[in-house]
Design a protein around this ligand. Structure first.
Ligand code: GLP
Length: 241
C-alpha cells in the first residue's frame, strides 16, 4: 500500500493524469468509479482533458460502485444523476458502456464486470466508518454485489446532500469487497480530518471486517492519496513509533 500526501488540487491533478495515461495505454480500459465529494475535481479535470482532445472515453467501460435504492435517475441525489452532472454528460463516453448496480440485477452486475475482464482501475473514496462503496462495517470480505442497509453514521454523513437525514434512503446497492479487491489497480482518495481515523486504521490497523477498507492492505497495487488533514493521525502515530 503506497501513501501519497498532497493538497486536494495536487492529488486531483495526479489522479486524473493517471487515469488519462491508463486510457492512452489501453483505450478500452475498464474503469471503476466512485461518487461523493472526493473525486469531483478529478472528474472536472477529466472533462477538461476530453474537451482539449487529450483523451477519449469512446471505448472506455465504466462500472460505478454503488447506488441508492428507490431514487429515480432524475433525482439529483441519485448517483446516476451525480455521474452525469460531473462526468458522463461532458465526455465522449458511449452511454451503453456506463454501468450501475441495480437491486434487481445483483448477480448480473458481477457477471458483467467479469465478462469485461474485471476492473483495470478502481477509484475509491472512504467513509468515516471505513466503508468503501457502501460496504459497511462487518460486511464479508467475500461479498459481491449486494443490497445494504445503510448505517446511521453513513446516512448522517450523506444527509448534507439531502437537507434532512429522513430523506436519505435507508438502503443501497453496492459492489462487494471481493469485487473491489479483484480490480487490478486501486486509487483511494480521502480529504479532511473526519477521515483521519479511517485512514489510520486502513493503513496501520488490523485487517478486520470492522473496518472494511482495511482489506486494501492485502491488495498488491493500491495507492492512498490523502491531504494533510486526513493524514494527520497516521503521521502522528507513525512518528511516535
Ligand atoms: C458515500 C459513497 C462512497 C464514498 C463515500 C465518501 O458513502 N457511497 O462510495 O466513498 O460516500 O464520500 P466523500 O468523498 O463525500 O467523503
Amino acid at each position: 500500500m503506497k501513501i501519497v500526501v498532497g493538497t486536494k488540487e495536487e492529488i486531483s491533478k495526479i489522479v486524473s493524469e493517471e487515469i488519462i495515461k491508463e486510457i492512452q495505454d489501453k483505450p478500452n480500459l475498464v474503469l471503476g468509479l466512485a461518487t461523493g465529494s472526493s473525486p469531483i475535481e478529478v472528474y472536472a479535470n477529466l472533462v477538461k482533458a476530453v474537451k482539449n482532445g487529450k483523451v477519449s472515453f469512446k471505448d472506455v467501460t465504466t462500472f460505478n460502485l454503488d447506488e441508492y435504492v428507490g431514487l429515480d435517475e432524475r433525482d439529483i441525489n441519485s448517483y446516476r444523476y451525480f455521474m452525469k452532472e460531473h462526468l458522463f454528460n461532458h465526455i465522449d463516453i458511449n452511454k451503453e458502456n456506463i454501468n450501475f448496480p441495480s437491486p434487481d440485477a445483483l448477480e448480473e452486475y458481477d457477471k458483467k464486470i467479469e465478462e469485461c475482464g474485471n476492473v483495470d482501475l478502481q477509484i475509491l473514496g472512504v467513509g468515516r466508518n471505513g466503508h468503501i462503496g457502501f460496504n459497511e462495517p462487518f460486511t464479508s470480505f467475500n461479498s459481491t454485489t449486494h443490497l445494504v442497509d445503510l448505517s446511521y453514521k453513513t446516512r448522517q454523513d450523506n444527509s448534507r446532500f439531502f437537507y434532512d437525514i429522513d430523506n436519505v434512503p435507508k438502503q443501497a446497492v453496492t459492489i462487494g469487497l471481493k469485487n473491489i479487491m479483484n480490480a487490478k489497480k486501486i486509487i483511494l482518495m480521502a480529504f479532511g480530518e473526519s477521515k483521519q481515523e479511517a485512514i489510520y486504521k486502513m493503513v496501520k490497523g488490523q485487517v478486520t471486517k470492522e473496518v472494511p477498507c482495511s482489506i486494501l492492505q492485502e491488495h498488491s497495487n493500491c495507492t492512498i492519496y490523502v491531504d494533510e488533514e486526513a493524514y494527520n493521525l497516521l503521521k502522528t502515530k507513525t512518528e511516535g513509533e
